[in-house]
Write a protein that binds this ligand. Structure first.
Ligand code: CTP
Length: 319
């Protein structure tokens, strides 16, 4: 056993590798949690020194033109050309321009959401962010339906839509996109070279079928800026996960931030098995050296912020 201080917090937490989930115990949802407005504002101000969600949430039309060459953020030697379709779908103004919400929900994809009954609570928030086109209809009781922004890593097209190999999969993706019904679809198109074609397929579908979504493509500096903020605060992440990116962005336009479905551990607080994702059979891979994410480390930081009232983590059942 070793003692560590989480994220500069004064309360030490004990690391016990034999039982990952116990040390992350969070008070049940009903326990007293108070929002710390002063701390939230301080965090917003600090983050603004590194990035501005209003700008960094998307590259705008005015800043690129078709044919421009972009170096991928994680594969600097590889480049892509801005296609006509991508150009068409770039927003003219930030989808978050002058936006402020009283409460926001960020819904991670952990299986801890299953049987949580959190759907209704999630849907009461003013702005709901979801990750990686995770399905909602079949899980509405636990995850809710409201979606104001949803992310889509290009890898999702392979993992959840079989790389659109046939008309059935293309139709499935199209239906999912149609169901977004005016919300923001946030596509990290410039991160890694592997996603090039997948982004193009999605762009083409959206244009061809006049899908009602507001597309956004994060700025080239966002990832490094987010990482910079957390590193400065002694959270030594390798590559921020989508969930952490969303929290960091949300501090700009949300007064209170509520996190659901953040639980990167195979056992819950009562030692029951937890699926990695609530909707598929993907296994825990974050412990492997190859994984670019450091989810348990991120979780510790988020837990520390929960304890200080800067955000609220729900990892059990909702009231
Ligand atoms: N998450 C979590 N615990 C899990 C699974 C997910 O806390 N067991 C959170 C992470 O913050 C994650 C977010 O929920 O970023 C969305 O999950 P997922 O779609 O798996 O996101 P990523 O791992 O970031 O996506 P990718 O593997 O494509 O990078």
């Amino acid at each position: 056993r070793a003692e560590v201080v989480i994220n500069g917090s004064s309360s030490p937490a004990v690391v016990d590798r034999s039982n990952e989930s116990i040390k992350h115990n969070i008070q049940p949802a009903s326990a007293k949690w108070r929002h710390n407005q002063t701390l939230s504002l301080r965090i917003r101000k600090q983050i603004l020194k590194f990035l501005d969600a209003e700008k960094d949430i998307s590259v705008l039309k005015g800043t690129l033109k078709p044919g421009d060459i972009i170096h991928y953020i994680f594969d600097r030697d590889s480049t892509m050309n801005v296609s006509q379709n991508l150009y068409e779908l770039l927003p003219r103004t930030s989808p978050l321009k002058n936006k402020h919400f009283r409460t926001c929900a960020i819904v991670g994809n952990s299986g801890v959401l299953l049987n949580s009954g959190c759907g209704r609570e999630i849907d009461t928030h003013s702005f709901v962010i979801r990750c990686n086109l995770a399905p909602v209809q079949e899980y509405a009781r636990d995850v809710g339906l409201k979606t104001d922004l949803v992310t889509m890593n290009p890898s999702v097209i392979q993992r959840a839509f079989e790389d659109l190999v046939n008309a059935t999969w293309r139709e499935k993706l199209l239906q999912r996109l149609h169901s977004l019904n005016g919300s923001i679809l946030w596509i990290p198109a410039f991160m890694a070279r592997g996603g090039k074609e997948r982004v193009e397929w999605v762009n083409e579908l959206i244009l061809k079928h006049r899908v009602n979504v507001r597309t956004a493509y994060p700025s080239l500096r966002l990832l490094h800026a987010v990482r910079g903020y957390w590193l400065t605060n002694k959270v030594h992440i390798k590559r921020p996960t989508t969930g952490l990116l969303m929290y960091t962005l949300a501090t700009r336009f949300c007064n209170q931030i509520y996190l659901y479905g953040f639980w990167p551990f195979p056992l819950d607080q009562n030692q029951r098995p937890v699926k990695y994702h609530y909707y598929d059979s993907l296994k825990y891979g974050y412990t492997s050296q190859a994984s670019p994410h450091t989810m348990p480390l991120e979780f510790k930081a988020l837990k520390s912020l929960h304890e200080q009232g800067a955000l609220k983590l729900t990892v059990g059942q909702c009231d």
